[in-house]
Design a protein around this ligand. Structure first.
Ligand SMILES: C[S@@+](CC[C@H](N)C(=O)[O-])C[C@H]1O[C@@H](n2cnc3c(N)ncnc32)[C@H](O)[C@@H]1O
Length: 334
């Protein structure tokens, strides 16, 4: 079960952040929504290491409210597909950047084996207990030889201070073993290449200030702030640090993870599209907007749930379209 503090940090704050960005303006969107990777220098390191180029599909696992993926699309011309389990964060990414968001879990990625050109997973692994499952799924959906860019908070020596709720920091040797076990070859690793410039951090701070003014009294705000304080203490005491990692998917262990779609046929994407469209029609047929107009006692289902499901399915459809486009020879940029 996800810790309430993580829901506050990753979901509620993400929704509030999107509202604040809409008030302050589009230029604030990317800095405010890079939660695990606040520095453009770190993103540039990852993008260069992964050799991102126009037209490539970039799967961002645990994409949050979408800042890093939007940055990669803007600067490197990639076509991102976002996977994010927290509904408000996914909605924020879709609203702010118009990017396709799949509502899902990194341990079970609803994409075809060998379908993505590259993947990022930034600030996510320390929040997941079963890191091997996430890395195994990413390996499954990547094309053989494709790049994975990771930003990981790692433990350095013995930890004496409390970890933020739900966080389990791997040591570097553990991370290396996890990568090897999932079928990745570690190419290169580096520490954070420097702080964000003021032009970037000030915009993020302005958004955070609007969020604080509006939501300081909300219990979720206090929970998220407490998580942040624990991170600050751990970084300040040197007990954790951030590592950037570039790894490539080895071919030999391809499709050994038993993922949900490891035996897809050639027309898999097309079939998936048809199935998802049928699901969208079903949800639309339930007419959530009409139900919402009735007294609560007469609801047969929660119209908000139906609306959320519809948004999630639309994200999946958008992602299928990105992948289908990527498979058309004309669209490939050499
Ligand atoms: C620190 S945030 C980083 C968000 C984004 N990658 C960034 O750099 O701004 C961690 C994200 O991982 C997501 N996450 C947690 N568990 C996950 C899982 N099992 N699969 C995929 N994402 C997960 C959270 O919902 C959250 O959005």
């Amino acid at each position: 079960m996800t810790a309430p503090a993580m829901v506050a940090e990753f979901d509620e704050v993400a929704g509030w952040t999107a509202e604040a960005v809409e008030q302050l303006g589009r230029r604030h969107a990317i800095p405010a929504t890079c939660r695990g990777s606040a520095s453009p220098a770190a993103l540039a390191w990852l993008a260069e290491a992964c050799e991102l180029s126009p037209g490539m599909t970039l799967l961002d696992v645990g994409a949050g409210a979408g800042g890093p993926a939007a940055w990669a699309a803007e600067r490197f011309g990639v076509r991102p597909i976002l996977l994010e389990p927290m509904p408000a964060a996914g909605r924020a990414a879709s609203r702010l950047f118009g990017l396709p968001v799949i509502a899902g879990d990194g341990r079970r990625i609803p994409l075809r084996t060998g379908s993505a050109d590259a993947a990022w997973c930034l600030g996510v692994l320390c929040t997941v207990r079963d890191k091997a499952a996430v890395l195994g799924e990413i390996h499954r959906v990547l094309k053989p030889g494709a790049s994975l860019g990771l930003l990981v908070v790692v433990a350095r020596g013995r930890r004496t201070l409390p970890a933020p709720d739900g966080n389990h920091f791997p040591t570097l040797p553990e991370l290396r073993a996890l990568l090897a076990g999932a079928g990745f070859e570690l190419v290169e690793q580096a520490g954070l290449p420097g702080r964000a410039p003021l032009s970037w951090s000030r915009r993020a701070e302005q958004v955070a200030a609007v969020v604080a003014t509006r939501h300081r009294a909300h219990p979720a705000y206090a929970l998220a702030a407490h998580q942040g304080e624990r991170f600050t203490h751990l970084f300040a005491s040197g007990q954790i640090s951030v590592q950037l990692i570039h790894a490539v998917s080895r071919t030999s262990t391809q499709a050994t993870h038993g993922g949900m779609m490891s035996t897809g046929e050639d027309d898999f994407l097309h079939e998936l599209e048809i199935e998802v469209e049928a699901e969208v029609s079903l949800v639309e047929a339930s007419r959530p907007e009409e139900v919402a107009g009735l007294p609560v006692t007469e609801w047969l289902f929660d119209p908000a749930d139906a609306e959320r499901e519809k948004i999630g399915l639309r994200g999946l459809l958008d992602a299928v379209e990105v992948l289908e486009d990527g498979r058309r020879p004309d669209d490939h940029v050499a």
